[in-house]
Design a protein around this ligand. Structure first.
Ligand code: NAP
Length: 470
């Protein structure tokens, strides 16, 4: 009876996970998606907890309490830190899978050789290799994105690096195959621990050659590894919900990585082995070019005369939390009869959908948000392109300069607008570490300053000027 109830609960939780992912596809239904996902997880935990045979309830309560203690502060990180926060979650997931696999192996080993069937051993080996490499890999990725001082941000490369990395993985897998056939020899426990050590080491070595700029994509790939280790854990524990939830996690991580790679025109191999960001020093140390600046008053006057204004937000808008000021600017311009559109690059910011979330928070109508491919044909008719803290995603060098790490990445054609205003605080480069030639073009004028402050000033100017009639 209890078992039927549990299986029913698992089916409901699985359905909720699927709907959650579906609803997360659109900002309109995203809130519902989050609630469905959390509810599914609650049902999963409760249904597992009530299964007969569980005696250590105190440990479960302690684990739930610890989850709250760690989870609540993690949920409060700013949106700009979500990629590294996500990496930490994957690290926990990977560690959990690895530890469960290790515990199960030694428990079964103690209980008798008949427990360690080849099928269980395959699942355990897959679980520990994927789980432990996800653990250290995700910790390294989070550290790189958080710019932790003792973790090098730039790719660390050395001769035969890929051979060493792949070699390590092959040795771990080889030892795993040995254990599948000989799981209970006197030396089997030591070999098992050697696989754990090699997987932990592989996670670190896998991440160090990858540049900070590729970390969001790598985190998404690690997401799919965490999902796959959960699938293996589901087979080890004979838990169908873990298998389906892990498969959903694994495939959604993979799909997200593919979306990011496409948006940057990169291949998986290039992200994983390309040492992106290595060229930074060479390119950034080029000749000194001259920026032209505009005053806020001047920019406000030109904006007032425009018919079509395209606002291109980027990571700087998120850092400055300028979305609410941008909403005010949108109101000021639209009430003058000016058409205002937002050009959303798929990898603007630090995760897909970053800009959509911020603009939705400021109640900018969804209809004003245009995807890159839809807005680019309109750019030559655009009177003013207002770049707000975006850099790499509007860098024309991506179209032709093969020496830049962003070569081939599709961009928003800001340079094709009649005039460009670019808001940023300094002359520093963007995430990819290269100069942006858009800023030096004849029709580009810089508005140096914090995005929230500058847009706020623009709003003040426009509000003070009253509504001009076209
Ligand atoms: P970006 O190239 O990182 O540039 C952001 C700009 O914002 C910087 O030039 C910075 O200049 C400016 N900025 C920072 N704080 C600011 C503030 N308070 N006020 C005004 N400006 C500020 O950003 P992006 O154009 O959005 O490009 C995203 C990058 O991330 C791309 O290279 C993309 O490939 C990479 N990436 C994104 C994803 C994703 O899923 N979104 C995934 C992988 C990689 P100052 O310091 O001078 O102010």
């Amino acid at each position: 009876m209890m078992n039927t109830f549990q299986q029913l609960a698992y089916i409901i939780a699985t359905a909720l996970f699927v709907f959650s992912l579906h609803w997360l596809n659109s900002p309109r239904s995203a809130r519902r998606g989050v609630i469905a996902g959390a509810l599914a997880m609650l049902i999963a935990v409760l249904a597992t907890w009530i299964q007969p045979g569980i005696i250590h309830h105190g440990w479960i309560v302690l684990a739930i309490a610890l989850g709250f203690v760690v989870g609540i502060p993690l949920s409060r990180v700013p949106l700009t830190a979500v990629p590294q926060r996500t990496a930490l979650s994957h690290a926990f997931g990977g560690a959990a899978a690895g530890l469960v696999g290790t515990a199960k192996y030694f428990l079964w080993l103690g209980e008798g050789p008949e427990n360690l069937t080849p099928f269980r051993m395959i699942a355990i080996i897959a679980e520990i290799i994927l789980g432990f490499l996800t653990f250290t890999g995700s910790l390294m990725a989070a550290g790189k994105l958080q710019e932790v001082r003792w973790i090098p941000q730039r790719p660390v490369t050395y001769p035969f690096q890929n051979v060493v990395n792949i070699g390590l993985l092959v040795i771990a897998a080889g030892l795993g195959i040995l254990l599948i056939f000989l799981p209970t020899e006197p030396w089997s426990g030591a070999v098992f621990l050697a696989i754990v050590g090699l997987s932990l080491l592989f996670g670190v070595l896998f991440i160090i050659p990858i540049g900070g700029a590729d970390m969001p994509t790598v985190i998404s790939i690690l997401n799919s590894y965490a999902g796959l280790s959960a699938v293996a854990m589901g087979f080890v524990l004979d838990n169908k919900l873990l298998i389906t939830a892990g498969a959903l996690d694994g495939s959604s991580g993979l799909i997200l990585s593919i979306i990011m790679c496409r948006a940057m025109n990169r291949s998986f191999a290039n992200v994983l082995f390309g040492a992106f960001g290595k060229v930074k020093a060479v390119v950034a140390s080029g000749e000194q070019k001259v920026y032209k600046q505009e005053t806020v008053e001047g920019a406000a006057q030109i904006l007032e005369q425009a018919r079509l204004v395209v606002i291109i937000p980027g990571y700087g808008m998120a850092v400055a939390q300028a979305q609410h000021r941008i909403r005010e600017l949108y109101d000021q311009l639209t009430k003058r009869g000016i058409t205002v559109k937002f050009a959303i690059h798929p990898v603007a910011g630090r995760m897909p959908g970053h800009m959509n979330v911020l603009l939705a928070e400021a109640n900018i109508p969804y209809s004003a948000l245009m995807e890159m491919d839809d807005i680019n044909p309109d750019m030559p008719q655009c009177d003013v392109a207002l770049v707000v803290g975006a850099n790499d995603v509007v860098n024309p060098a991506a179209r032709y300069d093969k020496s830049t790490p962003i070569y081939g990445m599709p961009i928003i054609d800001a340079d094709r607008a009649r005039m460009v205003f670019a808001i940023k605080r300094s002359k520093n480069p963007g995430f990819a570490g290269i100069d942006n030639e858009l800023y030096f073009k004849d029709n580009t004028f810089m508005l140096f300053g914090d995005a929230k402050a500058v847009v706020g000033e623009l709003v003040k100017q426009l509000a003070g000027a009253g509504v001009a009639v076209h």
